[in-house]
Design a protein around this ligand. Sequence first.
Ligand code: FA5
Length: 337
Amino acid sequence: LEKEAIEKIEKSTDMKELQSIKVDYLGKKGSLTGVLRGMGKLSKEERPVIGELANRVREAIATAIDEKNENLEHVALEEKLKSEAIDVTLPGRPVQTGGPHLLTKIVEEIEDLFISMGFEVREGPEVETDYFNFEALNLPKDHPARDMQDTFYITNELLLRTHTSPVQARTMQAYEDSKSVKMICPGKVYRRDTDDATHSHQFTQIEGLYVDKDVKMSDLKGVLDTFAKRLFGEDREIRLRPSFFPFTEPSVEMDISCKVCHGEGCSVCKRTGWIEILGAGMVHPNVLSMAGYDPKVYSGFAFGMGPERIAMLKYGINDIRQFYTNDVRFLKQFHNA
Ligand code: FA5
């Protein structure tokens, strides 16, 4: 019995088989248990001899099973380790990394540039009141110039801001004690414009405002010239053209020089060699006094630019919709820009 069992144990190749051998010999109905059960029928002299023998066989089988079990576990572990082995010399799988959106980058670049000239960065709400978006900017109700910016109204008094200019009035109010303001404000704005290559119903603006005693038009020109040269290169020139905004007087639009371009693909840089990038002017006296600043003592300049159009000019992008469709092939080109 012992020999037969040990042979089977040695031949077994998996845990399940080993378990069934254990049941066959040592289980309740197993062969060895049968022998022990039959002991009662033996004579007094035979009993201790057979008993001892049976116990020894039982032990031998149990030990053999334990040893085999350990052995099988070891083999299984070895196999598992082998199959899970990592080849550290294989090249790694490339990891897809994201990066800041081109628009985020250009806004941050412009922010840094103005911070270096002493401006602080402020924010304002996208859902704005009619008062801050229009009235505080010298645009009373029914003023015809309200039509310059077609507005998404939420209620009679609430709207999606059409420009970042309401932050001018908000900031001036916040600084009514010191009355010295030098800030820029980037943010999203909304207009009921029909989307095309250069217009989007939602776009970005960066507002600028400098109010203090003795701020002059030449200060505006100096700041804008520095901005244009740092962003686009020293060889660029700026040109201020008379314009109209109800909240500035005088008002100007700023063009930046670009290579004259003819024929197809000239949508970004106009054929004249100049392209408009922002509106600006001296803060209107009405705007100053509505914010609690005496226009006889304080003066200031303000400007508002569209960073999408600036990025289009800088990187030769000919459709503003590229910023919003989020085609990764487009966005990736600017990861290292
Ligand atoms: C304004 O919004 C004035 N608030 C700017 C301003 C501020 C003037 C402070 C004076 C003082 P305008 O509507 O021109 O002005 O817009 C300013 C810039 O926003 C434009 O030069 C252009 O770059 C950008 N822009 C205007 N409409 C759109 C549009 N639909 N899609 C993309 N960019 C636009």
